[in-house]
Design a protein. Structure first.
Length: 81
């Protein structure tokens, strides 16, 4: 192999390995951060996280669907999946 081709392959190898190393560090630190926050039961936004479930009455859902569909759609059954 000629010297310029060898140098190009060396630059390619160094660049690809450094990108792989940096992305591996990003994934690893992200995983560790997520595991730490889950272990400490961290809640990011306490305003939207309430302990009691707020249920939307079926009447309001029916009215919203009716308004959205211009009266063409009707709700027959609502089930939690």
């Amino acid at each position: 192999m000629s010297e310029p081709v060898r140098e190009a392959f060396m630059i390619l190898l160094v660049g690809m390995s450094s990108v792989f190393l940096i992305l591996s560090l990003v994934v690893l630190t992200g995983n560790l951060l997520i595991r730490f926050l889950k272990a400490s039961k961290f809640v990011f936004n306490k305003e939207h996280h309430s302990t009691s479930e707020e249920r939307i009455p079926q009447e309001l859902i029916e009215q919203a669907i009716s308004k959205w569909s211009n009266g063409k759609a009707t709700i027959q059954n609502i089930q939690k999946l």
